[in-house]
Unconditional design. Structure first.
Length: 199
């Protein structure tokens, strides 16, 4: 049975995979995200590939492991919005986003180190943000949650109340699309259900 190695420190991605029946090994890539530029879609895909390949090149992987790298970027007015990093930036982002819609793009890269085969896919979903007021923005930013996540919001945390709707796969917004990943696993000759670690 193949195992899955998640090349990400994201607790949301880990929780999504676990909820889908997969218990991955987590190995953080350490890739410097600031080194990559491009359009939002290209950026998400290239960072996912860099993270995947960095971990796949390590010597301490499970022999039968499939390595998954992911990265998410929010696209608003053609601009790529990653992790804001500080309260002032997060506040400005929310002032831009509230009452509007944006596209969350998540790049996926899955590699089989034993064969060198690799497949990459980009998934997108439209996010409709609630028209939150200044006090709500300030309270949310003060929690610290939006500082370290793409687009300065979460769907599966405190920010979920500020998302009015999603068009597309909600998993994409959380950071890993399970339907897309299932197809990628199949392209590498495996069955998604073989990754399940059901007890």
């Amino acid at each position: 049975m193949p195992s899955l190695v998640l090349a990400s420190a994201s607790p949301a991605r880990l929780a999504t995979l676990r909820a889908g029946g997969v218990e991955p090994h987590v190995i953080v890539s350490g890739v410097d995200e600031s080194q990559v530029t491009g359009t939002p879609g290209d950026l998400a895909l290239r960072l996912a590939e860099l993270k995947c390949r960095a971990v796949a090149a390590r010597d301490d992987l499970p022999v039968d492991g499939l390595v998954l790298g992911c990265d998410s970027v929010l696209e608003l007015d053609g601009e790529a919005l990653g992790k804001p990093g500080d309260p002032a930036t997060a506040t400005r982002r929310w002032q831009q986003m509230r009452g509007r819609s944006a596209v969350l793009r998540t790049g996926h890269c899955l590699r089989e180190p034993t064969t060198g085969r690799e497949v990459s896919r980009l998934a997108s979903a439209t996010v409709h943000f609630a028209d939150v007021d200044d006090d709500e923005v300030a309270a949310y930013v003060a929690t610290g949650e939006p500082l370290a996540v793409a687009g300065a919001f979460t769907l599966d945390g405190l920010g979920g109340a500020f998302v009015a709707g999603i068009e597309g796969d909600p998993h994409t917004v959380v950071g890993v699309s399970l339907p897309v990943l299932r197809l990628m696993v199949a392209e590498l000759g495996h069955r998604w259900t073989d990754l399940w670690s059901l007890r």
